[in-house]
Ligand binder design. Structure first.
Ligand code: UGY
Ligand code: MN
Length: 252
């Protein structure tokens, strides 16, 4: 047993959370038998969404989402199947695959023992209150490696893959960002959107507010709206993260 002597890289400040795997605590949640949840961020910390890592045991199954809640899943390890409300197999997902489930679709998701996935949940903010336009949201499934990489600001060493389609009907985005060794964001960003971020590969230095943190694969970060943020990749292999942001909605 390794004693940490009260030390951790994890840090909670008013405008951000860095949560490293040594501080993860697992919990079951009602309606999802044989699934362990690591709740990384949630409204009780001030976030407008929930991001969790879900870990499936034998017979693990995520029940349908609560009313009005949309879901985004990204498979980290193993294999998942999504079933319709009637029990028909709708999608089979492997590592690197993602699935968007709109509110009310009633899908449940099962995982083979040992499978792990990112689960993001958000109360869908309808377009109708702002734009007179009827929206019918559909289930979307895809594979990260098959989405088009776009250089951020023309930098070929910093590639963004947009997993959700780019349309005003969706109120959030989830992207992956891949930094070649030594690549960095070209500016410190301060913006209204908040972020949930999971480091997938490699590492580097994350500036959050007035703190600079070494980060690596497995770390989670929540950034509140307007949290100053910057990342530079360090190491001999690329650094890659999955990042959520709220998107395309007026705030009043
Ligand atoms: O999309 C973003 O705001 C992204 N560039 N932020 C970040 O990587 N911290
Ligand atoms: Mn940002």
């Amino acid at each position: 047993m390794l004693f940490h002597l009260g030390e951790t890289r994890s840090s909670l400040k008013t405008d951000h959370l860095l949560q490293t795997p040594d501080t993860f605590i697992r919990t079951p949640l009602a309606g999802s038998p044989n699934v362990d949840f690591i709740v990384h961020t949630a409204p009780r910390i001030g976030a407008g969404f929930t991001q969790m890592t879900v870990e499936f045991r034998e017979g693990g199954r995520l029940g349908a989402a609560s009313e009005g809640i949309e879901r985004f899943l990204y498979v980290l390890e193993g294999s998942l199947t999504a079933e319709t409300e009637a029990g028909a197999l709708a999608h089979a997902l492997a590592a690197g695959d993602f699935l968007y489930l709109p509110p009310g679709c009633g899908y449940s998701v099962s995982g083979a023992a040992g499978s792990r996935a990112v689960l993001i949940e958000k109360r869908y903010q309808n377009l109708n209150s702002q734009v007179n336009h009827e929206v019918k949201l559909e289930v979307i499934a895809g594979r990260e490696s098959e989405t088009n990489p776009e250089p951020l600001g023309g930098d070929p060493d910093l590639l963004v893959r947009r997993l959700m389609p780019d349309g005003l009907e969706w109120d959030f985005a989830v992207n992956t960002m891949t930094y070649a060794p030594g690549a960095a964001l070209s500016q410190v960003e301060i913006h209204v959107m908040e972020h949930g971020l999971l480091m997938l590969e490699g590492g580097g230095i994350y500036r959050l507010g007035d703190s600079w943190y070494p980060v690596m694969a497995g770390d989670f970060i929540w950034m509140a709206p307007y949290c100053p943020q910057w990342f530079g990749a360090i190491g001999k292999t690329p650094a890659k993260y999955l990042i959520y942001k709220d998107w395309y909605r007026h705030l009043l």
